[in-house]
Structures are given as structure tokens and as C-alpha cells.
Design a protein around this ligand. Structure first.
Ligand code: ATP
Ligand code: MG
Ligand code: MG
Length: 584
């Protein structure tokens, strides 16, 4: 109940804020540089850079968003993460008003801590972590007894005053200033002392049980350097930075709802401007995990190729997989601003990708697992032209056209051939005719040559039938020329997890087939220009391709292929299938 009182800005602070901000409305996006940004952050960015302003009817020219590194825990933060956060944010197209670091306020935060000590609202505490845990449990039990209308002194265990409210609460201001000074100078051991806020052990909100504002850590800081050995805690830092930056709306995820009270308490205690705090639901996506702790574990335990593995729900992972900023942002826009906790279907994101990629992508033929086909009557067909003009996109003529050339040997995909035919099967089988895409004639399989060792199909001897009396085939299969096609590796992605909502045993629920690598794939040479274009600016690449009947693909960023010399390795990643598919 006192939360409302603490949250209330005194008139002079409102006036001051209006003077500095004028008609400007400011939000902030404050990730901690302890991992890469993921699609949950994309929802938060969409909220802070766009949706919040739309909801509030703020005109374009008055919108401001601060990008803040919330960097108060040097143990988990690195320069690599700092750089990646900025890259991903700008890749998504968001333009911050300015970039700030919580750590740039370390001196100010320290002075504000001194102010609280002098006001009798903060004290140095030598309780161990375990003691603080007991203290917290006791206070919670007593709050519970009070809430159900019982006498806490009778119903809940009677604490020793040494533990609750704790032996350090009544230390004098002078002594507290002295100990805090020693903490800052590095004269106290790590873990021996903390600075705590003198809040309220009678509260039913455990986040009001004298939060730790400062702890000792002899770790250098990736941004602030090695000048500090005391570091402010998240809860202490966050609201103060919001206030110092003149933020109007501080938007966070729902699990922070119970931290709104300490947020306001701290700003009240310091007589600082209080931004309006709003919570929205955290994005959860099916078949993946969105917690940096878990994502970090996937990377460290080599379950994926890195933070930017195409299976990761990170912004860099989606980029490498061929998702565009437009796909991610408009997916987030569709999610809107919700408070209901929910798990979003992965297909929603995939469908967004299909919609956005479908009209804009050039088509090409490719095979994943090649079967060699030799056309036995090639000479008889030689007087015909074997070069065909193909529209890059059947729906968008502005994308132009390319040619494909048929040669006497070609590759078809293993899924387009079966030893046993079946009425429901449209592909090629012994003694069966199937249409050949773009050429229009039929391929008739006369002979199957198998490997003596393992019985695998090595080669098919086929006839090309282009006579007027040829049978009408049920389908036309795709192919590439065996002499002209470019060898490539094709990586096909399935869900990272076998279950839609990974449990606490999530590491056992990883999908062993989340990545299937086809090392001996082939793609027709028309993609050369696109592959080259991807290299002009690897960062922007995303030259999406549609491999006919197989899905949308993109050149992988670690490809080394040089189309002039034909040297190097060419790798494609599948972005999504053409249609929704039941995954393994
Ligand atoms: P994690 O638990 O993965 O470490 P976090 O909230 O600590 O998540 P931050 O880097 O501090 O991660 O997050 C920056 C901002 O992005 C915060 O405002 C946070 O609320 C928001 N955010 C993080 N994850 C999600 C998510 N899954 N959905 C929506 N917003 C999110
Ligand atoms: Mg975190
Ligand atoms: Mg955080």
C-alpha cells in the first residue's frame, strides 16, 4: 500500500522533469551484456522503440529511446557481448537516442549510497549469504502468519534479533560510513560485507527485506575498468539510472512486478523523479528456450555451433538462418503488448518468414542427396536446345530470369527415386516415366546400377522421351546438371527441442536431428550472382533463395566460396520450409 505513496512524484519533481523533457517522451531498452540478444529482447525492443509510443499516441518527433547497457555484474559480462548487443540492435533497425552504460554512473551511485547512509536508510552488514537466507525465510513466515490474521509472534518462529531484523541495523551513521569506505578501498574481503537498504521486514513482499545495494567483488569491469571493487546491485542501480536519464516509462517483464515496490522505495528515499513502471509478459516460444543462462549452456556444452547458430533463438542466429529484420519485427508487432503469460507457436514466426520471403526470392533448383542420372539417348536429342529460360519468381517479373542447361548427365534428389513404385508415389522408379522440370520431356528409368558393397543406388540409366505420344507424367521433378552444378553443403534445420515446452530436464530434450547436414548437395549455377552479392556485405547478406520444392535458403556466413575460381566451400542454411511441416 505504501508503494503508491513512494511512487508518487512530488510536484516540484514533476515540474523539473517537464522542464527537461518538454513534450519528449522517453523509454529505454536496458539489456545486460551477459549474453546475446534473443527474440524475447526483440519483443522488448519493439515495445520500447515503437509500440509504447503508438499506444500513447506520441508523435514521431517526440519519441526517444535510450539504449542502456545494464552492466552491474562484471562476473558475467564481456566485451564480446557488449559489441554483439549493439550490432544486433542496429541490425534490427532501431535507432537509439543515445547509448549509455549503468557503469558510467558508478560514481554517482556511490554518492547516492553515501546519502542513504547519512539519512539512516542504508547500513553495512556482515551477515553471510546463508544467514541472509534464514533471515528472509523467517520474515516470510511471519508475513504469512500476519496475512492470515494470526499473531506472528505466536504462529511463526520467534527470531533471534541477531538474525531478524539483524545485528547491523542500528549501527551508527559514522561507523557505517567508515566500513563502507573500507569496502570501497579494498580493505574488506569479498563476501564479508554488503551495503543494505533499511527497508521493511514487516512487508509481505520479500523484495522489501533490506535489499543488498552493494557487494564486494575484486573483478575488473569490462567497461568501467579496474577502479572499483564494490559494485551496485541491479535493484539499486536500475531505478536510479532510469531517473537520471529522465525516462518516462520504464517497461519490464512481469517477473519484475514485485520489484516495483523497492524501485519506488529507492527513488523515494533519494527524493528523485519516479518514472512510471509497466510490466508486460515475457515472450516464450515453443520448441526453444529464451533464458540467457540456458542459451549460454547450449553454447558452452557445444550443443550448437555458437551464439549465432541458426538453431538458436538469438538475433544473430536468426540472421545467420536467413531471417530478415522485417520478419522479426513484424512478428513482434503481431504479438502486441500482452500481460498474459503465454507460449507462442514457432509456426507463427515461420509463417511470418514465409509470407515475407515468398514474393521476393529468386528460385533455383538444388538437390540435397544426389543420384547420378545418365541419359542414354542423348545424341538423338542433340539437335534440340537444352537451355531453358526460367523466371526468377513466377509472381514477380521484375526479379528477371535466368537460364538452366540440361546436360547428358544430371543429378536428381534421392527423395525423387524409389526402387518400389506405389500408386501414391509420383517420383521416379524402375521402368517408370516422370516429367523433367523446365525441359518438359519425360525421364524413363531403364536400369539401376547399385553399389556392390552396400546395395545403394549409384546411378540410373534413363531415356529422355520428348515425343508427342509420351505419357502424361504425374509430376515434374527438379534436377541439376552434373557437369555444371556447383557442389555445396546444405544444412537443414528442425526444432532444437523435441518437446514444445522444454522442462527442467531441458538438456535431455534436445533434438538429435535439429541439424541435418547434406555434405554432397548441388545447386544450379544461376545462384552465383547471389552468392557473390552475399559477400559484398556479409553482415547484410540475407540473399534469400528458394530451392524449388525444398524451402527458403540463405548462404551461410562462414562460406568461403569464390564463384570466379570455383574454389572454397559453399554452405547454405535452410531458413524455413515452403509450407508448414510436421517435424521429426
Ligand atoms: P534473462 O533471464 O534471459 O537473463 P533478462 O531479463 O535478465 O533475461 P536482460 O538482458 O536484462 O535479460 O533484458 C533486457 C530487457 O529485455 C529487459 O527489459 C527484459 O525485461 C527484456 N526481456 C528479456 N527477455 C525477454 C523475453 N523473453 N520477453 C520479453 N522481454 C524480455
Ligand atoms: Mg538476466
Ligand atoms: Mg536483466
Amino acid at each position: 500500500a505504501r508503494e503508491l505513496e513512494w511512487a508518487n512524484n512530488p510536484p516540484e519533481l514533476i515540474q523539473q522533469h517537464q522542464q527537461t523533457n518538454g513534450s519528449i517522451i522517453r523509454t529505454r531498452f536496458p539489456p545486460e551484456p551477459n549474453g546475446y540478444l534473443h527474440v524475447g529482447h526483440a519483443k522488448s525492443m519493439n515495445m520500447n522503440f515503437r509500440l509504447a509510443f503508438e499506444k500513447l499516441n506520441v508523435p514521431m518527433e517526440d519519441r526517444r529511446t535510450v539504449f542502456r547497457y545494464d552492466d552491474t555484474n562484471p562476473d558475467a559480462e564481456t566485451k564480446e557481448y557488449i559489441d554483439s548487443l549493439y550490432q544486433d540492435l542496429t541490425w534490427l533497425g532501431w535507432k537509439p537516442e543515445k547509448t549509455t552504460y549503468s557503469s558510467d554512473n558508478f560514481q554517482t551511485l556511490y554518492e547516492l549510497a553515501l546519502k542513504l547512509i547519512r539519512k539512516g536508510l542504508a547500513y553495512c552488514c556482515d551477515m553471510t549469504k546463508a544467514e541472509m537466507e534464514i533471515q528472509r525465510e523467517l520474515a516470510m513466515k511471519r508475513a504469512l502468519a500476519r496475512n492470515v490474521g494470526k499473531d506472528p509472534d505466536l504462529e511463526a518462529p520467534v527470531p533471534s534479533p541477531d538474525v531478524l531484523p539483524g545485528r547491523n541495523r542500528d549501527t551508527s551513521v559514522e561507523r557505517n560510513l567508515e566500513i563502507f569506505q573500507k569496502m570501497k578501498l579494498g580493505m574488506m574481503d569479498e563476501g564479508s560485507w554488503t551495503l543494505r537498504l533499511k527497508m521493511d521486514f514487516e512487508s509481505s513482499n520479500p523484495n522489501m527485506y533490506d535489499l543488498v545495494a552493494y557487494r564486494i567483488k575484486f573483478t575488473p569491469h569490462p567497461h568501467a575498468g579496474d577502479g572499483w571493487c564494490i559494485y551496485p546491485a541491479y535493484d539499486f542501480t536500475h531505478g536510479i539510472c532510469d531517473s537520471l536519464e529522465d525516462i518516462d516509462y520504464s517497461i519490464c517483464t512481469l517477473e519484475f512486478e514485485s520489484r516495483r515496490e523497492p524501485y519506488y522505495w529507492i527513488l523515494w528515499a533519494l527524493d528523485m523523479f519516479r518514472p512510471a513502471v509497466y510490466e508486460m509478459s515475457r515472450l516464450n516460444l515453443q520448441y526453444t528456450v529464451l533464458s540467457k543462462r540456458r542459451l549460454l549452456k547450449l553454447v558452452h556444452n557445444h550443443h550448437v555451433r555458437g551464439w549465432d547458430d541458426p538453431r538458436m533463438p538469438t538475433i544473430s542466429g536468426y540472421r545467420r538462418r536467413g531471417f530478415t529484420p522485417d520478419i522479426i519485427n513484424s512478428f513482434c508487432m503481431d504479438l502486441g503488448a500482452t500481460r498474459a503469460a503465454n507460449v507462442i507457436e514457432m509456426e507463427k514466426l515461420f509463417n511470418k518468414a514465409r509470407t515475407i520471403l515468398s514474393d521476393k526470392t529468386q528460385r533455383a533448383m538444388a538437390v540435397l542427396s544426389p543420384i547420378l542420372v545418365t541419359i542414354t539417348n542423348w545424341d538423338e536429342n542433340k539437335d534440340q536446345t537444352m537451355i531453358f529460360e526460367v523466371q526468377n519468381s513466377p509472381t514477380d517479373p521484375s526479379l528477371g530470369s535466368h537460364t538452366v542447361e540440361l546436360t547428358s548427365t544430371l543429378y536428381i534428389d534421392a527423395t525423387d527415386f524409389r526402387m518400389e513404385d506405389d500408386p501414391d508415389y509420383y517420383g521416379l522408379a524402375p521402368n517408370k516415366a516422370v516429367g523433367l522440370k523446365y525441359h518438359g520431356g519425360n525421364l524413363i528409368c531403364d536400369q539401376v546400377i547399385s553399389d556392390d558393397e552396400n546395395g545403394k543406388v549409384k546411378e540410373l540409366k534413363c531415356r529422355l522421351d520428348n515425343t508427342p505420344e509420351k505419357v502424361k507424367p504425374k509430376t515434374h521433378i527438379s534436377w541439376v546438371s552434373a557437369t555444371l552444378a556447383i557442389p555445396c553443403e546444405i544444412r537443414v534445420y528442425n526444432h532444437l527441442f523435441t518437446v514444445p515446452e522444454p522442462s527442467d530436464l531441458w538438456e535431455e530434450e534436445l533434438n538429435p536431428e535439429s541439424e541435418i547436414v547434406y555434405e554432397n548437395g548441388f545447386v544450379d549455377p544461376s545462384v552465383k550472382d547471389l552468392v557473390d552479392a552475399s559477400f559484398v556485405d556479409k553482415w547484410k547478406s540475407n540473399q534469400a533463395l528458394q530451392f524449388e520444392r525444398m524451402g527458403y535458403f540463405v548462404v551461410d556466413l562462414d562460406t568461403t566460396f569464390d564463384s570466379k575460381t570455383g574454389q572454397g566451400r559453399l554452405v547454405f542454411n535452410r531458413t524455413v520450409t515452403l509450407k508448414e511441416e510436421v517435424f521429426k
